[in-house]
Design a binder for this molecule. Sequence first.
Ligand SMILES: *[C@@H]1O[C@H](CO)[C@@H](O)[C@H](O)[C@H]1NC(C)=O
Ligand SMILES: *[C@@H]1O[C@H](CO)[C@@H](O)[C@H](O)[C@H]1NC(C)=O
Ligand SMILES: *[C@@H]1O[C@H](CO)[C@@H](O)[C@H](O)[C@H]1NC(C)=O
Length: 182
Amino acid sequence: MATPSFSFGSTLVLCVIFASLIALTTSNSLADLCIKCQSPKFCLQVFGLNPHRNPYELTLEAINLTFTNASDTTNKIHTFLDQTNDENLQEIYNYCLNYYESSIDILRDVEDHLLKQGIFDTLSTIGAFVQEVGSSCEDRFQEIVDDVYASTLTENNNNMRNFGSIIIVAGDLLSNSTSTNK
Ligand SMILES: *[C@@H]1O[C@H](CO)[C@@H](O)[C@H](O)[C@H]1NC(C)=O
Ligand SMILES: *[C@@H]1O[C@H](CO)[C@@H](O)[C@H](O)[C@H]1NC(C)=O
Ligand SMILES: *[C@@H]1O[C@H](CO)[C@@H](O)[C@H](O)[C@H]1NC(C)=O
């Protein structure tokens, strides 16, 4: 008997994800959102499977989750910064901190200044910036001349890239769902 080249566990996980997506595909917003994201798996995991949310609620929740996540990462970077005497690492952490703190300032105002006013098209710019936070911070570890640093923030930076993608698609979905000439 040939041994399958994939593990049963990961196949099962994939099956559950696809089954969830198919089960949700009866025109509900969560499926519409997650299937278009950079990582549908990440999207379904952060939102959970409760499909009873409209595009506005999903967008607000995406903003809230990203805000909480970025705030948590900011605290983590502060801790790392306190723990190192390496000047290159200090420079990297300060660079990342600037980016993360900028995103928190922006996300804090999104509900009042954009969503409640019905301004949705700016969400693509905000999502792109959230992705840039992750990419720029991650890349910074490789940009130190004459030295190589392993990123200590890869998982956090990947979260930002995925959250940014969710915000972009959520904004698109929201614009579509409220557009009059649909
Ligand atoms: C998101 O956060 C805002 C402000 O803290 C709160 O008013 C709102 O209920 C939250 N929404 C969701 C979906 O968590
Ligand atoms: C940030 O998001 C990731 C991915 O969903 C999650 O594993 C982590 O617990 C989150 N952190 C916070 C503080 O919400
Ligand atoms: C929004 O509408 C455009 C144009 O019809 C479409 O290309 C896009 O896929 C839609 N976005 C979502 C998230 O459904």
